[in-house]
Design a protein around this ligand. Structure first.
Ligand SMILES: Nc1ncnc2c1ncn2[C@@H]1O[C@H](COP(=O)(O)OP(=O)(O)OP(=O)(O)O)[C@@H](O)[C@H]1O
Length: 321
Protein backbone atom coordinates (compact mmCIF):
# COMPACT_ATOMS: atom_id res chain seq x y z
CA UNK A 1 0.00 0.00 0.00
CA UNK A 2 1.44 3.42 -0.92
CA UNK A 3 1.67 5.96 1.89
CA UNK A 4 -1.58 7.94 2.04
CA UNK A 5 -1.43 11.52 0.81
CA UNK A 6 -3.90 12.49 3.54
CA UNK A 7 -4.34 10.67 6.83
CA UNK A 8 -6.84 12.00 9.34
CA UNK A 9 -7.40 10.21 12.63
CA UNK A 10 -10.19 10.99 15.11
CA UNK A 11 -10.07 14.64 14.11
CA UNK A 12 -12.26 16.83 16.29
CA UNK A 13 -12.83 20.57 16.28
CA UNK A 14 -14.72 22.60 18.88
CA UNK A 15 -15.31 26.26 18.07
CA UNK A 16 -16.07 28.58 20.96
CA UNK A 17 -19.46 30.21 20.40
CA UNK A 18 -21.16 32.97 22.36
CA UNK A 19 -19.66 36.29 23.47
CA UNK A 20 -20.10 36.55 27.24
CA UNK A 21 -19.86 32.88 28.13
CA UNK A 22 -18.33 31.04 25.16
CA UNK A 23 -19.36 27.40 24.91
CA UNK A 24 -17.65 24.81 22.72
CA UNK A 25 -19.53 23.89 19.57
CA UNK A 26 -18.41 20.58 18.02
CA UNK A 27 -18.08 21.24 14.30
CA UNK A 28 -16.11 18.07 13.62
CA UNK A 29 -16.45 14.92 15.68
CA UNK A 30 -13.87 12.13 15.45
CA UNK A 31 -13.30 12.10 11.68
CA UNK A 32 -10.96 9.36 10.46
CA UNK A 33 -10.10 8.74 6.80
CA UNK A 34 -7.22 8.39 4.38
CA UNK A 35 -6.78 9.50 0.77
CA UNK A 36 -4.37 7.57 -1.47
CA UNK A 37 -2.14 9.01 -4.23
CA UNK A 38 -3.97 9.58 -7.53
CA UNK A 39 -7.47 9.58 -6.01
CA UNK A 40 -10.17 12.12 -6.77
CA UNK A 41 -11.83 12.29 -3.38
CA UNK A 42 -15.10 14.09 -2.69
CA UNK A 43 -15.98 15.59 0.66
CA UNK A 44 -19.77 15.88 0.66
CA UNK A 45 -22.31 17.08 3.16
CA UNK A 46 -25.04 19.64 3.76
CA UNK A 47 -24.32 23.20 4.94
CA UNK A 48 -22.50 23.20 8.26
CA UNK A 49 -21.47 19.53 8.01
CA UNK A 50 -17.80 20.28 8.76
CA UNK A 51 -16.32 20.04 5.25
CA UNK A 52 -14.53 23.41 5.24
CA UNK A 53 -13.36 22.88 8.81
CA UNK A 54 -11.71 19.62 7.73
CA UNK A 55 -10.02 21.23 4.72
CA UNK A 56 -8.91 24.23 6.80
CA UNK A 57 -7.33 21.91 9.38
CA UNK A 58 -5.42 20.18 6.56
CA UNK A 59 -4.21 23.58 5.36
CA UNK A 60 -3.09 24.61 8.87
CA UNK A 61 -5.64 27.46 8.91
CA UNK A 62 -7.57 26.02 11.85
CA UNK A 63 -6.03 24.00 14.70
CA UNK A 64 -7.83 20.77 15.66
CA UNK A 65 -9.07 20.38 19.22
CA UNK A 66 -7.95 16.75 19.22
CA UNK A 67 -6.97 14.03 16.78
CA UNK A 68 -4.26 14.11 14.14
CA UNK A 69 -3.95 15.06 10.48
CA UNK A 70 -1.01 14.26 8.20
CA UNK A 71 -0.17 15.29 4.63
CA UNK A 72 2.44 13.19 2.82
CA UNK A 73 3.30 11.60 6.18
CA UNK A 74 4.01 14.92 7.91
CA UNK A 75 1.80 16.43 10.64
CA UNK A 76 -0.16 19.43 9.35
CA UNK A 77 1.38 21.60 12.07
CA UNK A 78 4.61 21.25 10.07
CA UNK A 79 4.62 23.82 7.23
CA UNK A 80 6.68 21.44 5.09
CA UNK A 81 3.63 19.12 4.87
CA UNK A 82 2.04 21.71 2.51
CA UNK A 83 4.99 22.18 0.12
CA UNK A 84 3.28 19.95 -2.46
CA UNK A 85 -0.27 21.20 -1.85
CA UNK A 86 -2.39 23.71 -3.79
CA UNK A 87 -5.53 25.10 -2.14
CA UNK A 88 -8.66 26.87 -3.32
CA UNK A 89 -10.46 28.36 -0.29
CA UNK A 90 -14.27 28.51 -0.17
CA UNK A 91 -14.36 32.26 -0.86
CA UNK A 92 -11.08 33.21 -2.54
CA UNK A 93 -10.12 36.81 -1.81
CA UNK A 94 -7.54 37.90 -4.34
CA UNK A 95 -5.65 41.20 -4.72
CA UNK A 96 -8.17 42.78 -7.03
CA UNK A 97 -6.08 45.76 -8.17
CA UNK A 98 -3.73 43.31 -9.94
CA UNK A 99 -4.51 41.73 -13.30
CA UNK A 100 -4.97 37.95 -13.49
CA UNK A 101 -1.54 37.69 -15.06
CA UNK A 102 0.16 39.81 -12.39
CA UNK A 103 -1.57 37.94 -9.60
CA UNK A 104 -0.44 34.50 -10.78
CA UNK A 105 3.11 35.79 -11.41
CA UNK A 106 3.11 37.15 -7.84
CA UNK A 107 1.86 33.87 -6.34
CA UNK A 108 4.32 31.93 -8.49
CA UNK A 109 7.21 33.97 -7.06
CA UNK A 110 5.87 33.50 -3.52
CA UNK A 111 6.10 29.77 -4.22
CA UNK A 112 9.75 30.15 -5.18
CA UNK A 113 9.55 30.38 -8.99
CA UNK A 114 11.87 32.80 -10.82
CA UNK A 115 9.96 35.85 -12.17
CA UNK A 116 10.14 34.71 -15.83
CA UNK A 117 9.04 31.14 -14.89
CA UNK A 118 6.24 32.48 -12.71
CA UNK A 119 4.94 34.61 -15.61
CA UNK A 120 5.15 31.70 -18.07
CA UNK A 121 3.38 29.37 -15.63
CA UNK A 122 0.69 32.03 -15.05
CA UNK A 123 0.03 32.29 -18.80
CA UNK A 124 -0.35 28.51 -19.14
CA UNK A 125 -2.70 28.33 -16.16
CA UNK A 126 -4.87 31.26 -17.29
CA UNK A 127 -5.38 29.48 -20.61
CA UNK A 128 -6.08 26.24 -18.78
CA UNK A 129 -8.90 27.77 -16.70
CA UNK A 130 -10.34 29.69 -19.67
CA UNK A 131 -9.15 33.17 -18.67
CA UNK A 132 -6.52 33.64 -21.40
CA UNK A 133 -8.44 36.50 -23.02
CA UNK A 134 -8.94 38.32 -19.68
CA UNK A 135 -5.40 37.99 -18.38
CA UNK A 136 -4.68 41.72 -18.61
CA UNK A 137 -7.95 42.70 -16.92
CA UNK A 138 -7.89 43.91 -13.28
CA UNK A 139 -9.31 41.23 -11.01
CA UNK A 140 -11.86 43.72 -9.59
CA UNK A 141 -13.55 43.64 -13.01
CA UNK A 142 -13.81 39.84 -12.98
CA UNK A 143 -17.23 38.23 -12.49
CA UNK A 144 -17.74 35.82 -9.56
CA UNK A 145 -17.20 32.84 -11.86
CA UNK A 146 -14.00 34.38 -13.27
CA UNK A 147 -12.64 34.94 -9.74
CA UNK A 148 -13.42 31.31 -9.02
CA UNK A 149 -11.52 30.20 -12.14
CA UNK A 150 -8.59 32.41 -11.12
CA UNK A 151 -8.75 30.86 -7.65
CA UNK A 152 -8.41 27.42 -9.22
CA UNK A 153 -5.43 28.67 -11.28
CA UNK A 154 -3.66 30.02 -8.18
CA UNK A 155 -4.12 26.62 -6.50
CA UNK A 156 -2.10 25.07 -9.34
CA UNK A 157 0.65 27.66 -9.55
CA UNK A 158 3.35 25.56 -7.89
CA UNK A 159 2.36 22.41 -9.81
CA UNK A 160 1.23 20.65 -6.59
CA UNK A 161 0.88 16.89 -6.16
CA UNK A 162 -2.20 17.36 -3.98
CA UNK A 163 -4.91 19.84 -4.95
CA UNK A 164 -7.52 20.70 -2.31
CA UNK A 165 -10.51 22.61 -3.66
CA UNK A 166 -13.22 23.91 -1.29
CA UNK A 167 -16.41 24.19 -3.37
CA UNK A 168 -14.68 24.55 -6.77
CA UNK A 169 -18.00 24.71 -8.66
CA UNK A 170 -19.36 27.55 -6.53
CA UNK A 171 -20.45 30.54 -8.62
CA UNK A 172 -19.75 28.81 -11.92
CA UNK A 173 -22.20 28.64 -14.82
CA UNK A 174 -22.75 25.27 -16.57
CA UNK A 175 -19.80 25.93 -18.92
CA UNK A 176 -17.55 26.81 -15.99
CA UNK A 177 -18.64 23.66 -14.16
CA UNK A 178 -17.92 21.55 -17.21
CA UNK A 179 -14.47 23.17 -17.51
CA UNK A 180 -13.64 22.54 -13.84
CA UNK A 181 -14.82 18.93 -14.17
CA UNK A 182 -12.51 18.48 -17.17
CA UNK A 183 -9.67 20.16 -15.26
CA UNK A 184 -10.08 17.82 -12.27
CA UNK A 185 -9.99 14.80 -14.60
CA UNK A 186 -6.89 16.11 -16.38
CA UNK A 187 -5.17 16.64 -13.00
CA UNK A 188 -6.05 13.04 -12.14
CA UNK A 189 -4.62 11.87 -15.48
CA UNK A 190 -1.38 13.69 -14.61
CA UNK A 191 -1.23 11.52 -11.47
CA UNK A 192 -2.20 14.22 -9.00
CA UNK A 193 -4.46 13.70 -6.01
CA UNK A 194 -7.52 15.92 -5.91
CA UNK A 195 -9.76 16.47 -2.89
CA UNK A 196 -12.78 18.69 -3.26
CA UNK A 197 -15.87 19.58 -1.29
CA UNK A 198 -19.17 20.04 -3.06
CA UNK A 199 -22.93 20.13 -2.79
CA UNK A 200 -23.26 19.12 -6.45
CA UNK A 201 -23.72 15.39 -6.16
CA UNK A 202 -23.86 14.64 -9.87
CA UNK A 203 -20.36 16.15 -10.23
CA UNK A 204 -19.07 14.06 -7.35
CA UNK A 205 -20.68 10.96 -8.83
CA UNK A 206 -18.95 11.38 -12.20
CA UNK A 207 -15.57 12.58 -10.88
CA UNK A 208 -14.75 10.85 -7.62
CA UNK A 209 -13.05 7.54 -7.01
CA UNK A 210 -14.31 7.75 -3.41
CA UNK A 211 -16.43 10.09 -1.34
CA UNK A 212 -16.96 10.86 2.33
CA UNK A 213 -20.41 12.01 3.38
CA UNK A 214 -20.40 14.20 6.48
CA UNK A 215 -23.36 15.46 8.46
CA UNK A 216 -23.43 17.27 11.79
CA UNK A 217 -19.64 16.98 12.02
CA UNK A 218 -19.63 13.18 11.77
CA UNK A 219 -18.65 10.79 9.02
CA UNK A 220 -21.86 9.15 7.81
CA UNK A 221 -20.53 7.14 4.86
CA UNK A 222 -17.21 6.54 3.13
CA UNK A 223 -16.46 4.53 0.03
CA UNK A 224 -16.31 4.21 -3.73
CA UNK A 225 -19.39 4.75 -5.89
CA UNK A 226 -19.85 1.00 -6.32
CA UNK A 227 -19.64 0.50 -2.55
CA UNK A 228 -22.11 3.27 -1.75
CA UNK A 229 -24.56 3.29 -4.64
CA UNK A 230 -26.81 0.38 -5.58
CA UNK A 231 -26.42 0.39 -9.37
CA UNK A 232 -29.02 -2.27 -10.17
CA UNK A 233 -32.10 -1.13 -12.10
CA UNK A 234 -35.16 -0.60 -9.86
CA UNK A 235 -37.65 0.78 -12.35
CA UNK A 236 -38.08 2.32 -15.80
CA UNK A 237 -39.18 5.73 -16.87
CA UNK A 238 -40.97 6.05 -20.20
CA UNK A 239 -41.86 9.36 -21.87
CA UNK A 240 -44.83 9.07 -24.23
CA UNK A 241 -46.43 11.48 -26.66
CA UNK A 242 -49.88 11.21 -28.29
CA UNK A 243 -51.49 9.10 -25.57
CA UNK A 244 -55.26 8.70 -25.23
CA UNK A 245 -57.26 8.39 -21.96
CA UNK A 246 -57.88 4.73 -22.87
CA UNK A 247 -54.16 4.01 -23.20
CA UNK A 248 -53.41 5.85 -19.96
CA UNK A 249 -56.01 3.75 -18.14
CA UNK A 250 -54.45 0.52 -19.52
CA UNK A 251 -50.94 1.64 -18.48
CA UNK A 252 -52.20 2.31 -14.96
CA UNK A 253 -53.86 -1.11 -14.84
CA UNK A 254 -50.50 -2.62 -15.85
CA UNK A 255 -48.85 -1.06 -12.76
CA UNK A 256 -47.40 2.18 -14.18
CA UNK A 257 -47.63 5.44 -12.24
CA UNK A 258 -48.36 8.28 -14.65
CA UNK A 259 -47.46 11.96 -14.51
CA UNK A 260 -49.33 14.05 -17.06
CA UNK A 261 -46.86 16.61 -18.49
CA UNK A 262 -49.29 18.09 -21.05
CA UNK A 263 -52.41 16.86 -22.84
CA UNK A 264 -51.38 13.59 -24.52
CA UNK A 265 -47.83 13.68 -23.11
CA UNK A 266 -47.11 11.53 -20.07
CA UNK A 267 -44.26 10.17 -18.05
CA UNK A 268 -44.81 6.59 -16.93
CA UNK A 269 -42.89 5.14 -13.98
CA UNK A 270 -42.82 1.36 -14.22
CA UNK A 271 -41.44 -0.54 -11.21
CA UNK A 272 -39.19 -3.58 -11.70
CA UNK A 273 -35.82 -4.41 -13.20
CA UNK A 274 -37.14 -5.97 -16.44
CA UNK A 275 -37.38 -3.68 -19.50
CA UNK A 276 -41.16 -3.03 -19.90
CA UNK A 277 -41.57 -4.65 -23.35
CA UNK A 278 -45.35 -5.34 -23.01
CA UNK A 279 -46.05 -1.69 -22.12
CA UNK A 280 -43.92 -0.50 -25.05
CA UNK A 281 -45.96 -2.68 -27.37
CA UNK A 282 -49.20 -1.47 -25.77
CA UNK A 283 -48.19 2.15 -26.35
CA UNK A 284 -47.13 1.63 -29.99
CA UNK A 285 -50.27 -0.38 -30.78
CA UNK A 286 -52.36 2.54 -29.43
CA UNK A 287 -50.51 4.98 -31.74
CA UNK A 288 -48.45 6.75 -29.05
CA UNK A 289 -44.81 7.70 -29.66
CA UNK A 290 -42.16 6.57 -27.19
CA UNK A 291 -39.88 9.62 -26.76
CA UNK A 292 -37.54 7.99 -24.26
CA UNK A 293 -37.13 4.92 -22.09
CA UNK A 294 -34.68 5.06 -19.21
CA UNK A 295 -33.68 2.72 -16.41
CA UNK A 296 -33.99 4.17 -12.91
CA UNK A 297 -31.25 3.29 -10.44
CA UNK A 298 -30.10 4.64 -7.13
CA UNK A 299 -28.01 7.79 -7.43
CA UNK A 300 -25.43 9.32 -5.13
CA UNK A 301 -28.11 11.90 -4.31
CA UNK A 302 -30.40 9.13 -2.94
CA UNK A 303 -27.51 7.81 -0.82
CA UNK A 304 -26.65 11.33 0.34
CA UNK A 305 -30.24 12.09 1.39
CA UNK A 306 -30.51 8.76 3.22
CA UNK A 307 -27.43 9.62 5.27
CA UNK A 308 -27.99 13.31 5.98
CA UNK A 309 -31.75 13.72 6.34
CA UNK A 310 -32.72 14.66 9.86
CA UNK A 311 -29.09 15.27 10.83
CA UNK A 312 -28.99 19.07 10.58
CA UNK A 313 -28.21 20.83 13.84
CA UNK A 314 -28.83 24.32 15.15
CA UNK A 315 -25.67 26.25 15.85
CA UNK A 316 -25.69 27.68 19.39
CA UNK A 317 -25.48 31.45 19.28
CA UNK A 318 -27.14 31.58 15.86
CA UNK A 319 -30.61 32.34 17.31
CA UNK A 320 -32.14 35.60 16.19
CA UNK A 321 -32.13 37.94 19.22
N1 LIG B 1 -15.03 30.17 13.24
C1 LIG B 1 -16.14 29.55 13.64
N2 LIG B 1 -16.68 29.81 14.85
C2 LIG B 1 -17.80 29.16 15.27
N3 LIG B 1 -18.46 28.21 14.54
C3 LIG B 1 -17.95 27.93 13.33
C4 LIG B 1 -16.78 28.57 12.80
N4 LIG B 1 -16.53 28.07 11.57
C5 LIG B 1 -17.50 27.15 11.33
N5 LIG B 1 -18.34 27.07 12.39
C6 LIG B 1 -19.49 26.17 12.51
O1 LIG B 1 -19.01 24.84 12.35
C7 LIG B 1 -19.91 24.06 11.59
C8 LIG B 1 -19.17 23.47 10.40
O2 LIG B 1 -18.82 24.54 9.52
P1 LIG B 1 -18.08 24.28 8.13
O3 LIG B 1 -17.82 25.61 7.52
O4 LIG B 1 -16.94 23.37 8.35
O5 LIG B 1 -19.22 23.50 7.35
P2 LIG B 1 -19.33 23.14 5.80
O6 LIG B 1 -19.67 21.70 5.73
O7 LIG B 1 -18.12 23.59 5.06
O8 LIG B 1 -20.60 24.01 5.37
P3 LIG B 1 -20.93 24.80 3.98
O9 LIG B 1 -21.32 23.74 3.00
O10 LIG B 1 -22.10 25.63 4.37
O11 LIG B 1 -19.72 25.57 3.59
C9 LIG B 1 -21.05 25.00 11.19
O12 LIG B 1 -22.13 24.76 12.06
C10 LIG B 1 -20.49 26.39 11.39
O13 LIG B 1 -21.50 27.28 11.79
Amino acid sequence: MPEPVIAVDRLTKDYPVGFWRPRPYRALDGLSLTVSPGEVFGCLGPNGAGKSTTLKILMGLVAPTSGTAHLFGLPVANVASRRRVGFLPENPVLYDYLTGEELLAYFGQLCGLRPADARARGTILLDRVGLGAERRMAVRRYSKGMVQRLGVAQALVQDPDLVILDEPMSGLDPIGRRDVRALILSLRDEGKTVVFSSHILSDAETLCSRVAILAAGRLQALGSMTELVEFSVRAWEMLLDGTSPALEARLREAGATLTVLAAGRIQAHIPGAQAPEPLLQLASAAGARVLSLQPVRETLEDVFLKHVEGKRRDVPGAEVA
